[in-house]
Design a protein around this ligand. Structure first.
Ligand SMILES: [Zn+2]
Length: 386
């Protein structure tokens, strides 16, 4: 059957679902119904992990042949903050002067709506079945800890024999204007804590103690002084950023016994997590002299990755050029996303709406951009299955 493929209507329906992580809010049920009616086989899974809320997920596929193109995304959204600060209520999906307002408008129910609308159009044009397979892999767990979402969904799909060729993650990839940026990779992220041990003493008798703050500052200065690398062909230089320096000393006359500094490293493809830990520890040791110190590293599931530019990135870029007249930059900047999990299963690029208002009061998208993004996805589908 042919369904009306209106990205604006779908986006409004999704925004009206209050799907603040971990709540499903009706968003996945809505998509399940829509995709089922379009001929998709739909699976709904709830994943659990001790210490985190259960999360609902969705996987839907139409077609059983290769090539297999996956659209990925999340229907959960960040909290709206102060409702009263919004020009239009965050879950009302009001349109004013050609602009759709609401939490999730760009991150990323709007992007999902465009992918769904483009797919419905594509199916209508091809007699209801693609010349290959199209799937939607949609989670409700991206904006929070992301342990019961895409990572488990992919494992589940692989376990039942699903094979993907390419993925478009419909995250808001563009910086200023629709079509300016495709994300083809992401930096890795690693968190650590530097702990310097001293000896507590009365502040009037410093020679009896050993102030760990002196040692901490010494090592901190050394780690901040020298860049981790000079960048690579596809990545900006890696960066170590201290985020907190903690002694927790509430007393005025006491030299503390320990001082800590937390930091995050966004790293490029010059490093692995292991080589990075090694580099930081060696530099700290060289600067430390006799200062007693150690590092605690948090486990990270955010490894660096890049999808090499090639026929697939060119196909996506070509569709963007045709619709927007812009030549998209192939970028690896910004934070992490679920692409870090997808890259283990197939080539993945991120292309969606413009990210400027994401996670902000009055998150919004011009209705015209929803139509444009839908047209871009439509052309991608037409060429991918040509
Ligand atoms: Zn997002």
């Amino acid at each position: 059957m042919t369904l009306a493929a209106d990205p604006v209507a779908i986006a409004r329906d999704l925004i009206r679902c209050p799907s603040v992580t971990p709540a499903e809010g009706g968003a996945l049920a809505y998509l399940a119904d829509l995709l089922q009616r379009a001929g998709f086989t739909v699976h709904r899974m709830t994943f659990s992990e001790p210490g985190t809320p259960d999360i609902e997920n969705l996987y839907a596929r139409i077609g059983d042949a290769a090539p297999h193109l996956m659209f990925a995304g999340h229907t959960d959204v960040v909290p709206p903050g102060d409702d009263a600060a919004w020009l239009h209520p965050p879950f009302a999906a009001e349109i004013r002067d050609g602009v759709l307002y609401g939490r999730g408008a760009v991150d990323m129910e709007g992007g999902i709506a465009c992918a769904v609308a483009a797919t419905l159009d594509h199916l209508a044009a091809t007699g209801g079945r693609p010349k290959g397979s199209i799937s939607f892999l949609i989670t409700g767990d991206e904006e929070s800890v992301a342990v019961n979402g895409t990572i488990k969904l992919l494992r589940w799909a692989a376990g039942r024999g699903e094979r993907f060729d390419h993925c478009i993650l419909a995250e808001p990839s563009n910086v200023e204007a629709l079509g300016d940026t495709i994300k083809i990779g992401r930096r890795g992220s690693l968190n650590g804590t530097l702990i310097v041990t001293g000896r507590q003493a009365h502040v009037a008798y410093p020679h009896r103690g050993e102030n760990p703050i002196r040692g901490l500052v010494q090592i901190l200065a050394a780690l901040m002084a020298e860049p981790l690398d000079a960048g690579s062909a596809t990545f900006q230089p890696s960066n170590l950023e201290f985020t907190s320096v903690d002694v927790g000393n509430r007393t005025v006359n006491l030299i503390p016994g320990e001082a800590r500094a937390r930091f995050n490293i966004r790293y490029n493809d010059c490093h692995t997590q292991a080589s990075l830990r090694d580099l930081v520890e060696r530099r700290a040791a060289a600067a430390a002299g006799s200062v007693r110190h150690r590092f605690e590293w948090e486990p990270s599931n955010a490894d660096v990755f890049v999808t090499a530019p090639g026929p697939f990135t060119e196909l996506v870029a070509g569709a963007i050029r045709d619709v927007t007249g812009r030549q998209p930059e192939l970028s690896t900047s910004g934070g992490t996303s679920d692409a870090r999990f997808i890259k283990d299963y197939c080539a993945v690029v991120e292309f969606g709406l413009v990210g400027q208002t994401m996670h902000q009061i009055d998150e919004r998208v011009p209705v015209a951009e929803l139509a444009q993004l839908t047209e871009i996805y439509r052309r991608i589908l037409a060429r991918y299955f040509a």
